[in-house]
Design a protein. Structure first.
Length: 229
């Protein structure tokens, strides 16, 4: 089966909305890691917890700002689930092709919590009766070995762990490494001073700052004038 884009499966999942969600997750996570101090005892687990809490806080601020009326967040303590016009999107850290059972269960529970709404069932599955459904929307934040975000992938998954329609959001990663200091500008080389002639000419030469002769000193023998007595 050919992969379809999220907004082709559900019009409310517009690209700009998904990119905002993905960019927020990537920025918040990488900023948390850039602020970490390993020498003071910060570990990937602790930094990951901080990134999770900050991401939930950032989503709530976006939803409360009034600039994104399509976004809402169901939050209960450390648990939160963003919704795009009622479509739940489970966000987690891990590979997009193998969501863990814990994240699948969270998506299934959210689906069951609102299963009384016929529109919600349509939003999750695209159709009421779809093979191997229901299908849940998820966003995986894939990271490097140290925990920094590399990319964000949206896809659908079912209770059995099957996945389909993966789409990577075009996000710009925030560098966790300090920018290198600019190299100092090279100072212009001082002009070489020309060599003076050997002998008396070198002694008599008067040079300017750039080494050019300005005036050559000359000695003259004056006649001896006798004074009248």
């Amino acid at each position: 089966m050919d992969a379809s884009l999220p907004w082709e499966l559900n019009p409310v999942l517009q690209q700009s909305r998904l990119v905002l969600l993905a960019q927020t997750a990537v920025d918040v996570r990488n900023k948390a890691f850039s602020e970490a101090n390993r020498e003071e005892g910060d570990t990937s687990w602790g930094i990951g917890c901080k990134a999770h809490e900050r991401f939930g806080h950032s989503l709530c601020k976006l939803a409360e700002s009034g600039k994104h009326p399509w976004l809402s967040v169901h939050r209960d303590g450390l648990y939160f689930m963003p919704h795009i016009e009622g479509v739940a999107v489970r966000v987690y850290r891990g590979p997009a092709d193998k969501p863990s059972q814990r994240h699948l269960e969270a998506a299934r529970s959210e689906h069951g919590r609102r299963s009384e709404s016929r529109q919600m069932a349509f939003s999750f599955m695209g159709q009421e009766t779809e093979p191997d459904g229901p299908w849940f929307w998820m966003m995986a934040v894939e990271t490097d070995v140290e925990g920094r975000a590399l990319r964000a992938v949206f896809f659908q998954a079912n209770e059995a762990g099957g996945t389909r329609h993966a789409w990577e959001a075009p996000v710009e990663r925030v560098s966790a490494e300090p920018a290198p200091a600019p190299a100092p500008e090279d100072k212009p080389a001082r002009p070489a001073r020309p060599r003076t002639a050997q002998g008396q000419q070198a002694k008599d030469a008067l040079l300017s700052r750039d080494g050019r002769p300005l005036l050559r000193a000359q000695t003259m023998t004056l006649p001896l004038v006798s004074q009248p007595s």
